[in-house]
Design a protein around this ligand. Structure first.
Ligand code: PHE
Length: 464
């Protein structure tokens, strides 16, 4: 018997914006620009765009169509097709359960910076050890994380239609406009440094857009490829059951072909524009050296950029952090929603009660992650050679290991067991033309399994 659905998306726009709300998050605004900057700009951008149109499209289509066709959350979706593959649904569930433990911690950091800028203390953030001393302090990160989590829980508590859909419909277009505004502003910057060299926003734009093939080696190319691929998973929220759950809320009359293209476009456009607002600005104020700073780009280097903009920097800072806060919220909502929807189903508890239980789980685990920077501090060498703390370890398990593994298994399952036609039929429901049908079938059968196996070996440190 069909399980009765309590809530669903009312229309196509609502669905697209809610899915985009999940996809667009700190991944686009924090992770994408730092990877692009570190990997030299144009080349990374080119590789990423190609991956979005091939891998991103394939994985997103699979998840959403799977959800709509079965009408089930990830936990049951695979089981309902082939009971033997039920384990895959359970495996996907691990990803949001792990990401939930640390996403609200990062959300808390963003909230801290937002309040700092709003209260007029933005310049403090540009001091050298501000970020480190904040995240290593015992109480503050926990307080901000709990606040962030409370807002997230409130949205989830209100349910899909009233909560998530309405929230995303307002926030996402606003975010888009704000980002375009700051990106344009960023292009008008010029700065002359102590050695008398003047750099302009347009010089930075050239670095961001024009691929530089001059000292490209095979291993460097492989690194860029792997960076771009891990970014793609994280950014599109694919291979973790989230898009399956969202797909299950979508009505049959909605054109999936079009909706998927829109989500892809929206997520990539925000990442592209985030790069456009950050990379030229970093280049203007700190040259190519500044571009290499990695994960701290947003929390350490960017406040310095705002500081050197003078008074305008304070306003730009407020808008900027407010924007990431909203993006982080819509993403965190999607993670929590998946956990709540699945658990309500598994334990047969009410939505409200489940939301409460998940909130408690999230709060406790996130407190442990916060303490990973002081009481539980350790340094661990990860299989790919990088060194990380508790948060990085969780991130590594979910993004670098579980996501390629799930994609690999899903591709084998869809490509070889149920066959691509099963998904294609769902996309074509209601006489919709599936424009990239051939590409889809080829990708899911051949390309995805091969590339994911390589990524997995790389993540386990077996292959470098
Ligand atoms: N995709 C979102 C981002 O880019 C975050 C996210 C990650 C959402 C994992 C769900 C799951 O930040």
């Amino acid at each position: 018997m069909e399980t009765k659905k309590k809530s669903g998306f009312t229309g196509s726009i609502g669905f697209v914006l809610a899915a985009a709300g999940s996809a667009v998050g700190v991944g686009n605004i924090w992770r994408f620009p730092y990877l692009a900057a570190r990997d030299g700009g144009g080349l990374f951008l080119l590789v990423y765009l190609i991956l979005v149109l091939t891998f991103g499209f394939t994985l997103l289509t699979t998840d959403i169509a799977l959800g709509r066709k079965t009408g089930k959350h990830a936990w049951d979706a695979f089981y309902s097709i082939r009971p033997k593959w039920g384990f895959l649904g359970k495996l996907t569930f691990l990803v949001p359960a792990i990401i939930m433990t640390y996403y609200s911690v990062i959300g808390g950091w963003v909230l801290k910076y937002t309040t700092l800028y709003i209260s007029g203390h933005g310049t403090d953030a540009s001091k050298d050890d501000f970020f480190t001393s904040f995240i290593t302090s015992k109480m503050a990160p926990i307080v901000f994380m709990l606040l962030f989590l409370a807002i997230t829980a409130l949205v989830v508590f209100t349910g899909v239609e009233k909560g998530i859909e309405r929230f995303s419909t307002i926030v996402m277009p606003g975010l888009f406009l704000m980002i375009i505004g700051i990106a344009l502003y960023s292009l008008t910057l010029t700065h002359t440094d102590a050695s008398g060299i003047t750099r302009t926003g347009l010089d930075g734009l050239a670095i961001y857009l024009i691929p530089d093939f001059s000292d490209l080696t095979f291993s460097r190319f492989l690194n860029i490829l792997l960076d771009a691929m891990s970014q793609l998973f994280f950014s599109l929220s694919v291979s973790m059951g989230i898009m399956i759950t969202y797909g299950s809320y979508v009505k049959k009359e909605i054109n999936l072909n079009k909706s998927i293209a829109q989500i892809e476009f929206f997520d990539t456009a925000v990442a592209f524009l985030a790069g456009l607002m950050i990379i030229p600005a970093i280049y203007v104020f700190s040259g190519t050296d500044g571009m290499a700073s990695g994960p701290s780009l947003m929390f350490v280097s960017l406040p310095k950029v705002f500081h050197s903009m003078g008074k305008a920097g304070i306003i730009v800072g407020v808008i900027f952090f407010l924007m990431i806060l909203l993006a982080a919220l819509t993403s965190c909502v999607s993670i929590m929603e998946t956990l709540v929807a699945n658990c309500a189903n598994i334990f047969k508890t009410s939505r409200r009660k489940t939301s409460l239980m998940i909130s408690i789980y999230s709060a406790i685990t996130a407190i442990i992650i916060c303490l990973g920077y002081n009481i539980f501090y350790f340094e661990m060498k990860l299989p790919n050679g990088s060194v990380g703390q508790l948060l990085d370890l969780m991130d590594y398990i979910s993004n670098s290991f579980l996501m390629p593994l799930i994609s690999l298994l899903t591709a084998i399952f869809i490509g070889w067991i149920v066959k691509p036609k099963w998904i294609i039929e769902e996309v074509e429901t209601g006489n919709v033309k599936f424009s990239r049908k051939k590409l889809y079938a080829f990708m899911i059968r051949y390309v995805v399994p091969v590339i994911m196996s390589i990524l997995l070996l790389q993540a386990l440190g077996i292959f470098h």
